[in-house]
Structures are given as C-alpha cells and as structure tokens.
Design a protein around this ligand. Structure first.
Ligand SMILES: [Zn+2]
Length: 122
C-alpha cells in the first residue's frame, strides 16, 4: 500500500482529491500530488508546513525504493539499447507505459541521479 494514503483523507470518494491530515489542504492531483505536498521537491506543489520529519523520511524512503526499482529496470535494459548490433527484433516491452514518462519532478531526477552515482561507484 502507498504510505501516502495514511496522511491524507480522500475527499468525497474522489481518488484524485486528497486532504492533507496535517494542514487540511486539499490537493487535486491524486495521491502522488499529496505526497509531493508532504515531501516537497516539486515546484508546482505547495510544501506542507506541518508535515513531521519522520513522515517525510518515510515517504522519501518509499519514493527511493520505487526509484530504485525503476532504475534497476532501466539499467537492466540499457546494454541492449546501447548495443548497435543488438537484435532489433526484440519485443519493445520496456516501452509499455508511456504515462510513466510524464512529468518527472526534480525530486525524482535527484533520486535517480543519486542512484546512478551509487551504482557506478560500487
Ligand atoms: Zn499539508
């Protein structure tokens, strides 16, 4: 389960509308927007003034775990993509969800940057 759900209440059964339990602000962009509100790092979302540090840390850890999974996926596929002589007939599975490519926040980029550095240095 997404830990962000613990810190918001769903407004009028609309899963896109969440109310922050710390400052009562309503967000309209679904659970991920609520999390951006709590954690910060997204310039288009107001950061929660009341969110406790441990909650921020929990959500960040969750985001990092997710980003690690994504990074692991792309790292696994990278050699294939970079190999000019590779079999072009490979089924384009990794292009599955174009929605995932939309709006990646600065926090995401930061996390991926950290992960890439970490992977390269180990
Ligand atoms: Zn808030």
């Amino acid at each position: 389960m997404d830990p962000g759900r613990k810190y918001g209440t769903c407004v009028s059964n609309n899963t896109n509308k969440w109310k922050c339990i710390f400052c009562m602000k309503e967000t309209n962009g679904g659970i991920s927007r609520l999390k951006h509100h709590l954690v910060g790092g997204n310039t288009s979302v107001t950061v929660c003034p009341n969110c406790p540090e441990h909650v921020r840390a929990e959500l960040q850890n969750y985001a990092i775990k997710k980003a690690e999974e994504r990074a692991a996926e792309s790292l696994r596929y990278e050699p294939v993509l970079n190999d000019g002589e590779a079999d072009v007939e490979v089924e384009p599975k990794q292009k599955a969800n174009p929605n995932k490519r939309k709006k990646r926040g600065p926090l995401d980029r930061f996390i991926i940057y950290i992960l890439v550095c970490h992977v390269n240095s180990s």
